[in-house]
Design a protein around this ligand. Structure first.
Ligand SMILES: [Zn+2]
Length: 133
């Protein structure tokens, strides 16, 4: 099994994993939808970004991973360096764990799409054909 890092980075940067065009929302979408969500389909090639039920679980795993292994170690490091007391660190960690996930939801979705199609490029409508082909 090989991983197509070009597809991952294309998706992580907010572009369609298949055609590479920026993912755009309908004009009627709100600012919160734009910040916390991804469109259902690519407006350029029609790739369905929100697949069957359960597909969102990959985004949840990315969301959890980004917080558990990206943000909370910073809080622990702050305690180790005595920049924060234990009580403050616990309060900060709880606040981060409860408040941050909605704000990184779109990023987690992009990482998930990149991971999924990076490992399974043959499931893209183009069959994983490179853009420079
Ligand atoms: Zn597309």
């Amino acid at each position: 099994m090989s991983f197509r890092s070009d597809i991952f980075w294309r998706s992580a940067c907010g572009n369609c994993p298949d055609c590479g065009k920026p993912l755009r929302f309908a004009d009627s979408s709100t600012l919160f939808q734009r910040l916390s969500n991804i469109p259902d389909t690519c407006s350029n090639c029609g790739l369905v970004l929100r697949r069957k039920e359960g597909f969102f679980l990959g985004a949840m795993v990315w969301n959890y991973g980004l917080i558990a292994f990206g943000v909370l170690p910073i809080v622990l490091f702050s305690v180790k360096q005595q920049w924060l007391s234990i009580d403050s660190a616990v309060k900060l960690a709880i606040a981060v764990a409860l408040l941050l996930p909605p704000f990184i939801h779109a990023l987690a979705w992009r990482f998930w799409l990149g991971t999924y199609y990076g490992f399974l490029p043959d499931q893209l409508p183009s069959g994983g054909r490179r853009l420079d082909d």
